[in-house]
Design a binder for this molecule. Structure first.
Ligand code: ADP
Ligand code: MG
Length: 306
């Protein structure tokens, strides 16, 4: 820790406090994520170990935050990352105007590239949301916060916790208590983030878990045997029944949006996880051409925020 001088506190979440700091020898600015252990005898929490393991095992990707170093500190330890200017939740909150279609495309492109890379490496992030998508001073997006990430098995036979993902971005199968799920939970979150970029406000802002499900059902319509055959097998399926209501066209949920963008949103926000558009598929989609996006990413973001 003596190698760094702390410049200030930049964030605090469920799994640690994040500081801006300077590496004294090189002058490099970094982010230090301090993960404290409640009691010494608790040992290193699984969650933190998962984060380190997931990050150390994968090769570099330009849309995934890089773990530069990790060292023990006090009763816990410290993760060292490249310093990033902001995160997507701040960008959405601080921009005076709605994001332009070009900005939305740019962020979506970078998010999907990062998610495709993680899924290709069998990593489910499980907590994708704007606050976990860091933005550099040049406007580049990197996926961060692997506190809940885990490797998934191809067979999909393992049981996982359903208490994952921040509520607004939590896939419907998780809301129904699924213990077997797949990387589709991340693709649902991608859809929620896409809607939030388009509207500058969260798509499904439920105030509790039941209300969360209501928010989703209100928009997508009550699921049926046809639209979601797997639903009847979910642990909490019989615990809650909802009044039947039809879907609201997404055009009305994200007004002033191009038909292509609405089309893409429909591909992520579907009940059966397997039917969600995979992150690898996205670039073959109409209206989202890579070159176009790259040309239009707003690299002046640094100035807007400072
Ligand atoms: P938690 O597990 O506590 O949510 P995160 O890794 O998501 O921890 O970090 C919490 C917040 O700290 C982020 O939302 C972001 O605002 C800020 N932050 C995290 N990492 C960095 C970084 N490398 N550079 C700048 N800010 C960061
Ligand atoms: Mg976080």
């Amino acid at each position: 820790m003596e190698q760094y001088s702390i410049l200030g506190r930049i964030g605090e979440g469920a799994h640690g406090i994040v500081f801006k700091a300077k590496h004294i020898e090189t002058g490099e600015t970094v982010a230090l994520k301090k993960v404290a252990l409640r009691k010494l005898e608790d040992g290193i929490p699984n969650q933190a170990l998962r984060e380190i393991k997931a990050l150390q095992e994968i090769e570099d990707n330009q849309h995934v935050v890089k773990l530069k170093d990790v060292f023990p500190h006090g009763t816990g330890f410290v993760l060292v990352f490249d310093f990033m200017l902001s995160d997507l939740s701040e960008v959405i909150r601080n921009s005076e105007h709605p994001l332009t279609p070009a900005q939305v495309k740019g962020y979506m492109m970078m998010l999907l590239k990062g998610v495709a890379f993680l899924h290709h490496n069998n990593i489910m992030h499980r907590d994708l949301k704007p606050a976990n998508l860091l933005i550099s001073s040049s406007g580049h997006l990197k996926i961060a916060d692997f506190g809940l990430a885990r490797l998934f098995s191809e067979q999909g036979e393992r049981l996982y916790s359903h208490q994952v993902a921040t509520r607004w971005y939590r896939a419907p199968e998780l809301l129904y208590g699924a213990r077997k799920y797949d990387e589709g939970v991340d693709l649902w979150a991608v859809g929620c983030i896409f809607g939030e970029l388009l509207n500058s406000s969260p798509l499904f802002p439920g105030e509790n878990d039941i209300e969360q499900l209501c928010c989703v059902l209100r928009v997508l319509g009550t699921p049926t045997q046809d639209s979601w055959p797997e639903m009847v097998d979910l642990p909490d399926y019989n615990k809650i029944t909802f009044k039947e209501n039809p879907a609201i066209p997404l055009e009305e949920i994200v007004p002033d949006t191009s038909p292509q963008a609405v089309d893409l949103l429909y591909k992520f926000l579907v009940y059966p996880s397997k039917q969600r558009c995979s992150a690898q598929q996205w670039d073959s989609l109409r209206g989202i051409t890579k070159r176009k996006c790259e040309e239009h990413v707003d690299f002046r973001l640094g100035r807007v925020l400072s």
